[in-house]
Write a protein that binds this ligand. Structure first.
Ligand code: NAP
Length: 251
């Protein structure tokens, strides 16, 4: 890995106030990039920014009208360029078919599909200038079935297809587009899904038991691969979905 090549580059990381996004913001900053960490909770972003002086923050709901353009403008206005967009912010939702609502579907798609698309679109002119890259954070459920969470899985499937299509669409511009598909990773994601603590603990135990390496992942173990996918040294890698899940995919 040639992390030195990220020195002085500029990265936007969404969902940087916790979990994989926080670890990713820190990993980019440690690799020498200037990072704009985005999320809704200012206090959570402040805690991320305290971890490295290379991290600046912007509090925003990425699904709000005009937010994607504003986020890109802030990064480019501050540092004069944009090299990497990490579409990490996302949410899961337990929604069995019998309880599926239009509002539930729309919310998942808006956050996991529409907002990353509009961010990528807003970033595009700047990524063209730097021949930069986009990393989308999917999930192992982007290509595995998830009973009881079908629309989360479908939203991540969509993100994986966007990744492949954009990779071809933007190849002539020298922009690489890849995705990371993490397996169960320690973060605030499950708690944010609104499940009771005893159910959360049970899910975590079940997941750890199913993972060949015997445990859930740590955000840092995922973040290091986000950086590798974005690294300008990965010159010939585009359109790929890298699963990092302790071997779960093989079971
Ligand atoms: N953890 C896992 O097991 C796992 C597995 C596979 C894939 N993933 C994916 O990994 C990504 C990161 O999740 P995580 O596991 O690190 O969970 P997390 O700790 O819940 O992080 C999600 C982040 O997204 C931000 N966010 C949510 N809605 C937002 C919005 N409307 N606007 C701006 N920011 C928003 C949240 O911050 P605010 O609430 O402050 O906005 C939060 O910091 C997600 O795309 C998730 O689907 C996670």
């Amino acid at each position: 890995m040639s992390v030195e090549s990220l020195q002085g580059t500029v990265a936007i990381v969404t969902g940087a106030g916790s979990g994989i996004g926080r670890a990713t913001a820190v990993a980019f900053a440690q690799a020498g990039a200037y990072v704009l960490g985005v999320g809704r909770r200012k206090d959570a972003l402040d805690a991320t920014a305290e971890l490295h002086p290379g991290i600046a923050i912007h509090s925003a709901d990425i699904t709000a009208a005009g937010a994607p353009e504003a986020i890109v403008d802030i990064a480019v206005g501050r540092w004069g360029r944009l090299d990497v967009l990490v579409n990490n912010a996302g949410a899961t939702r337990v929604m069995p078919l019998g309880e599926t609502t239009a509002e539930g579907i729309a919310g998942l798609l808006e956050l996991n599909v529409t907002a990353p698309s509009l961010l990528a679109g807003a970033a595009l002119p700047h990524l063209r200038e730097t021949r930069g890259s986009i990393v989308n954070v999917s999930s192992t459920y982007g290509h595995r079935p998830l009973p009881g969470g079908a629309h989360y899985a479908a939203s991540k499937s969509a993100l994986e297809q966007l990744t492949r299509s954009w990779a071809l669409e933007l190849a002539a511009d020298g922009i690489r587009v890849n995705a990371l598909a993490p397996g169960p990773t320690e973060s605030e994601a499950l708690a944010a899904a609104g499940l009771p603590q005893d159910m959360l603990d049970q899910i975590k135990r079940d997941e750890a038991a199913r993972i060949p390496l015997g445990r859930r992942g740590k955000p840092e173990e995922v973040a290091t691969w986000v950086v590798r996918l974005a690294d300008p040294g990965s010159t010939w890698l585009t359109g790929q979905i890298l699963t990092i899940d302790g071997g779960l995919e093989l079971t």
